[in-house]
Design a protein around this ligand. Structure first.
Ligand code: SF4
Length: 441
């Protein structure tokens, strides 16, 4: 997952840890499909030849990821010019799409929001000079290889750089060419030792790449050792598997996770079209295993930058028992400029959501500051003015309300102070001139 992924040194994949190989082996079996559903008809458009058991097997999807322009052109009509452009782009930023995620694309729509997240476009290199390689300075706060300790009470364990899909907006796309490493036993033990010796760490985030590319057995050996550290209160996993390969969230994984709670999982839905019966089932399984699921969405131009889409996304996530957690302003990463929105767009979206749908469906809009500055929340300004003893607030309909703001006299000086002891500051002495009627409570 990008938002917590930290790039470190490249390590060769060991035999034990190697995820399923990525060779395209198109099978021509004609096995009978289960009864028709939306999912089956979607799958059938491109993958009719794939048996139901293969389709439900995450390792089959991983082995059969689409990783070249030639493979892609078998599924999506591409002109010669488009193929040439894509070859140029993928020479710098490779391509990897799971068959499942490819099946979500509306092939008749060049602006399909799923397509734009998965299929490269020429702007990735034609606008490639804008932005930075590593805006979050992810390498800076590493205390031992693979372990990042930036904030007081939490650390980030980066277990691998492998992802089931290469998302075009990824903050770590600079690393894609280093490809295919996982941390070895000695490195994992060094990370655990640091955590054992650092009692202020109460929250351990397991990330990548995508940590769920590791086998369930390997994950259990790591998670069980984290859980054995007394001062670690919660474990968090960052994974996009529920979105791009939900078959990974199987009974074996959920049974394992259920033994080591509290574990939280942060995932990364960006558009309501990504919420399917399969992804909803994956989230439901996690929740039933005692793993609450939060969503971190990235705001992207032409993909999800309207109130209507964000509202539908938030509402659909809640129906799938997923809490909308963050809406991120796109990071200043090279190769993603074409997807950036203005900050005002995000603020207007938040304003459009507030009051018009359940508060639970509304994420916090944040900018993850460059140079490791951390996350800053942003929203519309609802404080129109502040005067002595009251504050003027704008509600979601634009109506203004006076709200009494208790102040107290400082016994020593006789001046008015706020309840926390700070001096009263009048932000706008011309409140009475607000030209809109003010509604009193
Ligand atoms: S490629 Fe996708 S899933 Fe992997 S780290 Fe980047 S955004 Fe996250």
């Amino acid at each position: 997952m990008t938002k917590s992924a930290i790039a470190l040194k490249t390590i060769p994949v060991s035999e034990e840890e190697e995820p399923p190989s990525s060779t395209i082996t198109r099978r021509e079996t004609k096995e009978e499909e289960p009864p028709s559903t939306g999912f089956v008809s979607r799958k059938n458009r491109l993958f009719r030849h794939v048996s139901a058991s293969d389709w439900n097997d995450w390792k089959w999807h991983f082995r059969n990821r689409i990783t070249s322009v030639k493979d892609l052109s078998r599924f999506i009509p591409l002109t010669d010019k488009e193929q040439s452009q894509l070859k140029l782009v993928t020479a710098k930023y490779p391509l990897a799409i799971t068959p499942y995620y490819l099946s979500l694309i509306d092939l008749d729509n060049p602006n399909d929001p799923v397509r734009k997240q998965a299929i490269p476009c020429i702007e990735e290199i034609s606008m490639g000079e804008l932005g930075m390689e590593d805006p979050l300075e992810e390498k800076r706060d590493s205390v031992v290889p693979g372990l990042v300790h930036r904030y007081p009470d939490r650390v980030l364990m980066v277990l691998t750089d492998i992802c089931p899909m290469l998302c075009r907006h990824c903050t770590r796309k600079r690393e894609w060419h280093n490809g295919g490493w996982v941390r070895n036993d000695a490195e994992i033990e060094a990370m655990l030792d640091y955590i054992r010796q650092t009692p202020q760490v109460r929250d351990v985030i397991i990330s990548g790449g995508d940590p769920l590319t590791l086998s369930t057995e390997r994950l259990e050996s790591i998670i069980s050792r984290i859980r054995a550290i007394q001062h670690v209160e919660i474990i968090r996993i960052g994974s996009r598997f529920p979105v791009v390969l939900p078959q990974r969230i199987d009974a074996e994984l959920c049974n394992m996770l259920s033994k080591y709670g509290p574990i939280w999982l942060n995932t990364h839905f960006n558009h309501p079209n990504e919420i399917t019966p399969e992804s909803a089932r994956a989230c439901d399984r996690l929740v039933r295993a005692g793993v609450p699921v939060n969503n971190q969405c990235v705001l992207m131009r032409g993909i999800n930058d309207t109130v209507a889409i964000q509202m539908k996304l938030g509402q659909s996530l809640l129906k799938s028992k997923v809490r909308p957690y963050y809406l991120f302003q796109c990071d200043e990463v090279q190769g993603t400029e074409h997807l950036h929105t203005s900050v005002e767009t995000g603020i207007k979206i938040m304003e459009g959501l507030r009051g018009n749908t359940s508060g639970l469906a509304i994420p916090t809009f944040v900018i993850d500051l460059p140079f490791g500055g951390g996350k800053v929340p942003l929203q519309a300004n609802y404080v129109v003015a502040q005067s002595e003893g009251e504050i003027i607030l704008k509600n979601y309909q634009g109506r203004l309300f006076r709200f009494r703001n208790p102040v107290y006299a400082d016994e020593a000086t006789g001046t008015e102070i706020n309840t926390d002891g700070s001096p009263v500051v009048i932000a706008d002495a011309n409140t009475e001139k607000v030209p809109v009627p003010v509604v009193r409570r």
